[in-house]
Design a protein around this ligand. Structure first.
Ligand SMILES: [Zn+2]
Ligand SMILES: [Zn+2]
Length: 176
């Protein structure tokens, strides 16, 4: 959806609320293609903040179909996006806070592109790591077994230094 923001940008004190249904069905990035399972409407509040300037605030909730980075099990990733950005009119003096490169993602002249804006917000809040649970054991590097379901018996044993110390005590006692 495109929102014409020329009036908001040119009328001092003007505010406008918009609710947009998100069209995108998946989030595609360098990391992969993640289908969107659930999406709330995008709530937006535009408010003029001066000559040729406005703030865009709002929110949206999205649930993506993703996979655990360690065990590849499918997990839902829920993003609760909260927006707070500045936009400027194409003919306005660029404000020092505004990032023209960032704005070019979703501003086309006086048209505010909701899809492009939300895409950009998802990109900024995408998690560094997606885990099915914080202590996911991952898969065995040797046989590929999901280690959350139990040990696989592969020789990947790393001796626990505490156990090794106790074993030493036992062996020493035996010798006495
Ligand atoms: Zn996992
Ligand atoms: Zn294994």
């Amino acid at each position: 959806m495109l929102v014409n923001v020329s009036e908001i940008l040119s009328s001092e004190g003007k505010t406008a609320n918009r609710t947009a249904a998100l069209e995108m069905t998946s989030f595609q990035s360098g990391l992969g293609d993640f289908p969107i399972k659930e999406k709330s409407p995008v709530e937006l509040v535009f408010a003029n903040t001066g000559k040729g300037k406005a703030s865009v605030k709002g929110s949206a909730v999205l649930v993506f179909e993703t996979r655990c980075d360690r065990c590849l099990r499918s997990v839902d990733t829920r993003l609760e996006l909260v927006f707070d950005r500045e936009i400027t009119a194409p003919d306005a003096e660029p404000s020092p806070e505004a990032d023209p490169e960032e704005e070019s993602f979703f501003m086309e002249g006086f048209q505010f592109d909701v899809e492009a804006f939300v895409y950009h917000e998802i990109l900024l809040s995408w998690p560094m790591k997606i885990l099915c649970r914080q202590d996911c054991k991952g898969i065995c590097m040797k046989c590929g077994k999901d280690l959350n379901e139990g040990e696989c018996g592969c020789d990947t044993f790393v001796p626990d230094p505490r156990m090794a110390a106790i074993k030493d005590i036992f062996e020493r006692n035996k010798e006495v």
